[in-house]
Write a protein of this length. Structure first.
Length: 474
């Protein structure tokens, strides 16, 4: 079974603490005596050298040389000559050694474990040395009981064991808490990563972590989550677009089939009637119907090709600075016949420039005007306006006639949609693609298109952002 990162950290640090304390206890029990005796021998040796170098037959001077070692390290000091006690840290003023025993005092002594001068059974860390001072031999005896060292080691070992127990308990708690705090950011990042794996991008890793590594990891996780989220959104948009495109294709084919079915059927019926030379038929009327339906089929095919080219980018947009006022006049010249058939009103507000495709904008204007001609009431008004409004220009075409029902307003921009099928068929050759083509063209120009019911009719319009004139393009 795999262990968590927190468990591993706790185990490693706990084992390290126990190992260090165990080494200390083993050292105290097995090796501390030799270590402390060696340290005491060094102290004794250094004290002898200090006395030898700085000796003066003066109690105050000798006290200053030896008092620290006596009080702190417990080293007893006896300094004497052959028959006189010079200085002693003990209370006795009698020379503690017989003349025959002075031979044991060396001029170059080494500290070691010796028998005590007072008690042969008691071991001391000591030194017996001598040196010459003003024509007399000075004898120095230094000693520290081994028993006191052993007692100190015993007490130190007991204290170490108690400290070890405390450190293990306290250290274990500290290590557990520390490891929990250390692993918390990792667990948070893991939680975020699991949610991301389930495509849940609601959570973010904390980028203000206590360590640089966790901060960098959190930022990477958040960046990955954001990029993956954006990628999925884009993919979903592509999928939705493909689905919508497929539906549009199916609808388009169905609409084309429906639109072409009627004229083809009429062409077949009237042609067969003419071919069979059926008596009593009005051939002129038959020829007229055949011609009108042929024109209708031709218009459908042209509109479909135009729409397909615009939607799929086959008809490249050539954007340039366009004098829209002049372009509007050019389009209206082709509709001069309206002045005699309808009550036409024109309203063009000043000079206006836009950035766009001349041919496509002409197409949009013509489709609006053709739509008005198809729906204007008998002896009704058609009003064409070009208005400049702050940073945009609005082209609108109004016609008297029936209003568009509210539920049909949004549908009129769809391909092949007709508000009144029977009425538009009698008013000219139309396939129901004109408004849809306007929608596509204006969208490519980053403009907006509108339809609004008025008191006596309907107004269609589109707006385009104006363009600052840089050169004359009339």
């Amino acid at each position: 079974m795999k262990k968590s990162f927190q468990t591993r950290i706790t185990f490693i640090f706990g084992a390290l603490i126990i190992c260090m304390l165990g080494i200390q206890i083993v050292f105290n029990i097995g090796f501390s005596k030799e270590y402390f005796i060696a340290k005491k021998e060094q102290e004794v040796q250094e004290l002898f050298d200090k006395i030898k170098e700085n000796f003066e037959n003066n109690t105050e001077t000798l006290y200053g040389l030896t008092s620290q070692e006596n009080e702190i390290s417990g080293i007893s000091v006896i300094i004497f000559s052959e028959d006189t006690m010079i200085y002693s840290t003990r209370l006795s003023s009698i020379v503690p050694i017989k003349p025959l025993e002075l031979q044991a005092f060396s001029g170059d002594p080494e500290a070691g474990v010796l028998a005590s001068m007072e008690d042969d059974l008691m071991e001391v860390v000591g030194l017996q040395g001598s040196f010459e001072y003003e024509d007399q031999t000075i004898y120095v005896s230094l000693s520290a009981p081994v028993e006191s060292i052993e007692n100190s080691i015993s007490l130190f070992t007991e204290a170490s064991i108690m400290i070890a127990i405390f450190v293990i308990i306290f250290g274990g708690i500290v290590v557990y808490i520390a490891s929990k705090n250390l692993t918390r950011p990792i667990l948070e990042v893991e939680s975020v990563a699991k949610k991301v794996a389930k495509l849940d991008f609601s959570s973010k890793a904390n980028e203000k972590a206590s360590s640089y590594e966790m901060e960098s990891l959190s930022k990477s996780i958040n960046e990955m989550s954001a990029q993956l989220h954006n990628t999925i959104i884009e993919l979903q948009k592509d999928i939705d677009y493909q689905k919508e495109n497929e539906e549009m294709k199916k609808q388009f084919i169905a609409n084309v089939s429906h639109e072409m079915k009627t004229p083809l059927a009429l062409l077949q019926i009237y042609t067969e009637s003419l071919q069979s030379n059926t008596p009593g038929i009005d051939k002129e009327m038959y020829y007229t119907v055949i011609l009108e339906e042929t024109k209708r089929l031709d218009a459908i095919v042209k509109d479909m090709l135009n729409l397909s080219n615009i939607e799929h980018g086959l008809s490249k947009m050539h954007f340039e600075e366009i004098y829209l006022t002049g372009l509007c006049h050019e389009v209206l010249q082709t509709y001069q016949f309206l002045t005699s058939e309808y009550q036409l009103q024109l309203s063009i507000d000043g000079e206006v420039y836009v950035h766009g495709d001349r041919k496509q904008l002409q197409e949009a204007m013509r489709n609006y005007i053709n739509n008005a001609i198809s729906h204007v009431s008998k002896e009704g008004h058609i009003k064409i306006c070009l208005d400049k409004q702050e940073d945009k220009v609005v082209f609108s075409v109004y016609n008297d006639g029936n209003k568009i029902e509210d539920e049909k307003i949004k549908q009129i921009w769809n391909s092949f949609y007709k508000v009144d099928e029977s009425r538009t068929r009698t008013k000219g050759v139309h396939a129901g693609l004109g408004l849809h083509i306007v929608k596509i063209i204006i969208q490519h120009h980053k403009g907006r298109f509108f339809v609004e019911n008025k008191e006596k009719g309907v107004e269609f319009s589109f707006s385009l952002p104006t363009y600052q004139k840089t050169s004359s393009n009339k």
